[in-house]
Design a protein around this ligand. Structure first.
Ligand code: SF4
Ligand code: SF4
Length: 84
């Protein structure tokens, strides 16, 4: 079962999961997303991508292709590999 806390909403959409620990704040995914789903946390010592509008995600995975740091994961792959 997938649990959606308000906190998790900023880490996942229906299609992708964002791993902020891997994020290098290059903003390539923000540019790549045609739906405006992704935004920025851009503070002096705290910078990473952020899911602003999870409900707008269409699952095109352009953000995943744009991220060269493996910080965006395909949820289908993530949850398919979770032991039941
Ligand atoms: S899967 Fe597509 S719509 Fe969803 S956040 Fe990534 S680029 Fe945007
Ligand atoms: S493309 Fe990857 S590394 Fe760059 S801001 Fe997005 S999630 Fe972070």
């Amino acid at each position: 079962m997938t649990f959606h806390s308000p906190f998790q909403r900023h880490k996942e959409t229906l299609y992708i999961r964002l791993d902020t620990s891997r994020c290098k704040a290059c903003w390539d995914c923000v540019q790549a997303c045609p739906q405006g789903v992704l935004g920025k946390v851009d503070l002096h010592f705290h910078r990473h991508a952020h899911i602003d509008r999870a409900e707008n995600c269409k699952g095109c995975l352009l953000c995943l292709d744009a991220c060269t740091h493996q910080a965006i994961l395909n949820r289908e792959v993530v949850y398919d590999n979770v032991p039941q």
